[in-house]
Design a protein around this ligand. Sequence first.
Ligand code: P6P
Length: 322
Amino acid sequence: MLKGMTLTQFLLKQKRTSSGIDENIIGLMEGVATIAKVISREVSQAGLIDLLGYQGDINVHGEQVQKLDAFANTTFINVLGSSGFLTGMASEEIEDFYAVPEGTPRGNYLLSFDPLDGSSNIDVNVSVGSIFSIHKKISSGDAVSVTDFLQKGRDQVGAGYVIYGPSTMLIFSLGSGVQGFTLDTSIGEFLLSHENIKIPIKGKIYSINEGYAFMWEERIKKYVDGAKKEGKTLRYVGSLVADFHRNLLKGGLFLYPADSKNPQGKLRLLYEASPLAFIVEQAGGAATTGSQPILDLLPEKLHQRVPLIIGSINDVKQVEAC
Ligand code: P6P
């Protein structure tokens, strides 16, 4: 029984039993845990220290950047940028990738991340999250290149997310199952609370923004009609990490399909769909664009958008059968 184990104890145990876990990965995951603690502290205090409201900046996608988005992005860069575990980072908040400067300690890994997803929910105190994806550097030479980031999701070394909700949880996989750690704020430690998470093969929940029903393609309409007839219930927070996490634990399906407004879909492949697809497949679920597995896509651009249908494997198959 590993429950209650600290993140450090768990990672060191993993290192003993999994060849793919080296000191750099352990250091990287400990860095992510530190980032999660810092962002959790700020998110929980945001309303009090006037971090809310718009900073006035616009990010690469033309979206107004909430101050906490910027804070979260800076935290990732500050904690891991010169940690010696990474050669580069790609963030939703930065147009181009961040190359760890020459002369700074560099490791063999790359981190792609959405520092604070669902940030439009911050002002109304709804759960938000951070999502991260880890690849190994594949280009020759010491410097990182964009091709290092544009790797298939199936080649991720690890991936995970943090959900800043009633409790702060770190959910991740390094390729041997999915583990959930809950932050014990009284001692500042992430403790193993959800060991070897498996998503139910079928769920009673579907998550989609029904406000866009008039823009859906026919087969999405057909699936949703069928789901209603089956008596499934609709749960849609509007925060990807919150919707995904609920479905991971209880079973269900999240859909953000392409539609006439977003012909490529809205969600990003590199640091949203791909890491969550890695998690869900490790947990026995599935993730597809509607026509092919998310993890088999070869990204062409850092901020590439993709349709996302993800969750219980039988529910994903039901959509594909429509
Ligand atoms: P819509 C939040 O802005 C986000 O990126 C995801 O967290 C969430 O799943 C999605 O957008 C919600 O989008 O169009 O339904 O408001």
